[in-house]
Design a protein around this ligand. Sequence first.
Ligand code: ADP
Ligand code: F6P
Length: 318
Amino acid sequence: MRTIGVLTSGGDAPGMNAAIRAVVRAGLDKNFNVMGILRGYSGLISGEIIPMDRQSVADIIQRGGTILRTARCAEFKTEEGRKRGANILKTFGIDGLVVIGGDGSFRGAQLLSKLGISTVGLPGTIDNDLAYTDFTIGFDTATNTVLDAINKLRDTSTSHERVSIVEVMGRNCGDIALYAGLAGGAENIIIPEKGYEQDTLCRTILEGKMHGKMHNLVVLAEGIGGAEDLAKKVEEITGIETRATKLGHIQRGGSPSCRDRILASRMAFRAVELLEEGKSSRVVGIKDGKIIDEDIDEALEEPKHFDEKLFEIANALS
Ligand code: ADP
Ligand code: F6P
């Protein structure tokens, strides 16, 4: 009987637990032993490994975060650290590993596969910054959390006839800002993929006021950042009271959406199938609604596609 492991690494994302649950239960159904590795590559190097049975993943599909915990581990970026990790896995009889994380975690998985461990990556990150997949696990929930915040900010901005600048996560990717901004009817969406000009922004805000807008909602991606400074400048130039809100880690928590739970379950099931088929150094994704898998190297080389049309629609409708 083969033994496979599962770990979560990098920033957590809602839906990671649904993915862990699916790896464990699909693995057991396929007659694998399944082990959970705690605290990402950090726990791997220190041998924090526990057996997983069906019951160990009961009552977690609805929970945010990750029951396996997560970490960032500088040591794993060294050859020596990875060799230690591979040896620990071999000591536990683990020859297949599902890594749930972002691009950094995938790089680690790719290098680990060169040391004789079959690895499969699942995209677990709220950022939606992986080019090979249309969506990552956690993005939908995070976007809905941002949307909820935007709705609330709209209420108070309207009452006070203010400009509200809301800064959202996403690292260098503007997808959270773009999707939540469009769905929330934001007047302006500022993302790294497009950049912005302060004068144009202020002019749009003033024009909006002249046309009877009661508030102005600006969604700003952290890849550009500086919500507080921008709010001061906008207020200075337009004369309209402006407030900045940085949503922060609220965006990473919460019960995963239906979409994220299903995405996580489908992807994790495929990851176990890939290990069963003897594949390694693969990542699982979704393209046009279909679950796909790709070589890790190739997946990480793909340039991230930006949805120009969504941006055009958001601007046209604001
Ligand atoms: P994410 O997986 O969300 O992109 P990080 O970039 O922080 O998050 O990566 C998570 C972990 O993956 C790092 O702490 C490190 O242990 C491992 N990792 C990242 N980059 C590499 C790399 N180039 N080589 C080996 N391991 C890496
Ligand atoms: O990658 C997920 C993410 O939440 C990014 O959106 C953000 O830039 C980063 O992680 C924050 O990292 P930390 O939790 O270490 O502050």
